[in-house]
Design a protein around this ligand. Structure first.
Ligand code: ADP
Ligand code: MG
Length: 233
């Protein structure tokens, strides 16, 4: 599903402020995995996630997503692959404030050329799956943090991506709501079989996942199975 070999990335290469952030990353992720990437602030977690999500390029090494080599793609080619293969969930939800929950969830289908009636039907289906059917016509400002993150998860799911990448998805939530969001992510992983990669610096989040990778200064420090995932906040 994801194969990364000897991957390096430097910000501002050749400049006095050059910063080597990813230093020879090797990583294999199988379809359907539920894993977390931990590490201190500045260790390169978001950079790695952005490379995996084809939001950002890298300098050397190898990266294959679902068998497709990801290197030197044009803007259009990377956007097309990203829309088809990747769903994103962010700490700050990134919902469009003037669109209601249903329209936010339907948005990726608009970019994939699905007609309005069909995309709204599908958005309703995913909102209902996530227990938000009654909130479909609410604006983000009328939703709680946990509800906003569930809308974002529904939006990530709707294009049936191969992988969902979540960057600090509980970073803006209190612990009861974090628990609710992690439970939903795990259920989505279990029921839909979608690979889920969660970047976090919260131990409670990583303990819920089946595998924990620690990043330290751009290097993988450890990569372990978690034999007894627990959801405890
Ligand atoms: P994390 O998500 O683990 O906190 P990041 O991947 O965001 O780490 O950042 C790793 C390092 O790269 C940090 O020192 C950060 O300041 C730096 N960095 C991140 N993005 C950029 C950028 N666009 N340009 C230059 N430096 C960056
Ligand atoms: Mg980060």
């Amino acid at each position: 599903m994801i194969k990364i070999r000897g991957l390096n990335k430097t910000y501002n290469p050749g400049e006095p402020n050059a910063l080597h952030v990813l230093k020879g990353i090797d990583m294999d992720i199988a379809p359907g995995e539920f894993l977390s990437i931990m590490g201190a602030s500045g260790s390169g977690k978001s950079t790695l996630l952005n490379v995996i999500g084809i939001l950002d390029d890298y300098d050397s090494g190898e990266y294959l997503l679902d068998g497709t080599p990801i290197k030197n793609l044009s803007e259009t080619a990377s956007a097309e692959l990203r829309n088809r293969k990747v769903g994103f969930v962010f700490q700050s939800f990134n919902l469009i404030s003037y669109k209601n929950a249903m329209e936010n969830v339907a948005l990726p289908l608009y970019y994939n050329g699905v007609a309005r009636k069909r995309r709204n039907e599908m958005a309703m289906e995913y909102l209902e799956k996530l227990g938000l059917g009654a909130h479909a016509h609410h604006l983000p400002s009328e939703l709680s943090g946990g509800q906003k993150q569930r809308v974002a998860i529904a939006r990530a799911l709707i294009s049936r991506p191969a992988v969902i990448l979540a960057d600090e998805p509980t970073g803006a939530l209190d612990s009861a709501t974090s628990k609710e969001v992690v439970e939903i992510m795990r259920e989505v992983n279990r029921t839909e079989g979608i690979t889920m990669i969660i970047v976090t610096h919260e131990t409670a989040v990583s303990k819920a996942t089946d595998r924990i990778i620690y990043l330290r200064d751009g290097v993988i420090e450890s990569d372990r199975r978690n034999p007894n995932p627990v959801i405890e906040f």
